[in-house]
Design a protein around this ligand. Structure first.
Ligand code: PHE
Length: 451
């Protein structure tokens, strides 16, 4: 298959390509969402499912997105239009665009919390003594309406400014320095948590699985978390790979991205859970968990304010590399499908997210009584995307690439047009044809009570 849009930008180096996919994958999903999901789903059993899903389902679906993206050099809808004989497949693209806008909305709220905590740490006012103090503080902050809403908008404005500068230049430069720094900081905090009184209890919570606690909801939670954390099932990896150079090795990039993403999530778990047990907190606090535990950790460290400011700053940047990637889905869609100018596409993407982001921010305060399917707007956006839309998108992508796409496109892409070898080709096809659709289907069926 030859490229459709040869004028599109291409990432300059292989490191650039990997850094950007890792930049998209690593973010609040690893540091904020993973610990809270693992905490509410009982720790160890969740962890085992999560890791299994990342490698058995996640890696093949990343490859599938890469194959579609680089072979079409297009956005998700365009990729399906190019390869599929029936228009119905393009619906996956529309669902991807919708998912990206929903995620951007609630994600910006959490990124806004990060900015608030960064600023508060920097001016030295994030000092509330013990865990109970941090709990009360966070609670009064999120229910306070205007500050969370304001920070959501501020975050989106920064995201907007970067998007206006275009893809390759901005992001590539940015991810290369940023991600290693965050990683080092996480290692330091990890070492610190391992010396805490609750380290043993925290580690056994996370690493000793109690399979009797394995419920359909744990499996669905782990599946959703795997897709969310890998930015998968909505076309992010597809869109990024449409900018990959022809000689970027897709299989290797998929494996590196998934592995690094998983390492960061595990590090976050190793930082959080020992502290949870040391400070006598509950692991199942939900979305607020990390914002109560982390400040308590920083408080107990020498030079806590500096660590805290630096950490929240890096987390804010990691969130930005993720929101940039999710914004690109809708932006490339608006530009390539609706023929908008980049400027208008960026404005529209930001405008929609600003509106729904504000509503999500207020759903902890004045809109907390407004619910959909029994969930606040924030929780609804979070759950509907991660637990339904992304795995469903991934399932369709795997079926399409496994069953429908011409096998020559697969081998052409996985071998860089014959320039390299890709040994596990049959395994990849088997995983895409059978394992991904069947596993995702079974988990869906179980969680709605059909099985
Ligand atoms: N994977 C990102 C994270 O872990 C979130 C994300 C989801 C980014 C979907 C893009 C698309 O933070």
């Amino acid at each position: 298959m030859t490229s459709k849009n040869t004028h599109r930008a291409v990432f300059a180096t292989r490191i650039g390509a990997i850094a950007t996919t890792v930049g998209s994958a690593v973010g609040l999903g690893n540091i904020w969402r993973f610990p809270y999901e693992a905490g509410t789903h009982g720790g160890g059993a969740f962890m085992v499912c999560y890791i299994a899903f990342i490698f058995l389902l996640g890696v093949p679906v990343i490859c599938a997105e890469f194959i579609l993206g680089r072979s079409s050099r297009s956005n998700i809808t365009g990729a399906f239009r190019l390869h599929a004989s029936h228009r119905v497949w393009q619906l996956t693209g529309y669902m991807g665009v919708l998912s990206s806008l929903m995620i951007l909305s609630f994600y910006s709220v959490v990124a806004g919390w990060t900015v608030e905590y960064m600023v508060q740490s920097a001016i030295g006012s994030l000092d509330y003594g013990d865990a109970a103090g941090y709990h009360t503080h966070f609670d009064s902050f999120v229910t306070g309406n205007w500050r969370p809403a304001l920070w959501t908008i501020v975050f989106l404005a920064i995201n907007f400014a970067i998007l206006m500068r275009g893809v390759a230049k901005g992001i590539e430069r940015f991810s290369n320095i940023l991600m290693p720094m965050l990683f080092i900081l996480l290692l330091i905090f990890c070492a610190n948590s391992l010396t805490m009184a609750g380290a043993r209890e925290g580690l056994s919570f996370l690493f000793s699985p109690d399979f009797s606690a394995l419920t359909p909801s744990t499996m669905l939670g782990a599946l959703g978390q795997a897709f969310f954390s890998l930015s998968l099932g909505l076309g992010t990896m597809l869109t990024y790979s449409s900018y990959f150079a022809d000689n970027t090795r897709l299989g290797r990039s998929a494996l590196i991205t998934a592995s690094l993403d998983t390492v960061v999530a595990i590090l976050a778990g190793v930082i959080i859970f020992p502290a949870v047990f040391t400070f006598g907190m509950s692991p199942s606090a939900g979305p607020t968990l990390v914002f109560e535990v982390l400040p308590s950790i920083f408080h107990s460290l020498a030079g806590g304010t500096v660590w805290s400011t630096l950490f929240f700053f890096l987390l804010f940047l990691a969130s930005l590399t993720s929101t940039i990637s999710m914004s690109e889905i809708a932006i490339t869609f608006f530009m390539e499908e609706l023929k908008m100018k980049r400027r208008s596409a960026v404005v529209l993407n930001t405008g929609i997210a600003a509106l729904f982001g504000t509503l999500c921010a207020l759903s902890f305060g004045c809109l907390s009584d407004f619910t959909l399917f029994g969930l606040t707007l924030f929780n609804f956006f979070d759950t509907a995307t991660s637990n339904v839309m992304l795995p469903l998108g991934g399932m369709i992508i795997s079926v399409f690439v496994g069953w429908k796409l011409d096998r020559s496109v697969l081998s052409e892409q996985m071998t860089c047009r014959g320039a390299t070898r890709f040994r596990p080709m049959r395994l990849l096809v088997f995983l895409l044809r059978w394992v991904c659709p069947v596993a995702i289907g079974l988990i869906f069926a179980q969680s709605i009570g059909i099985l």
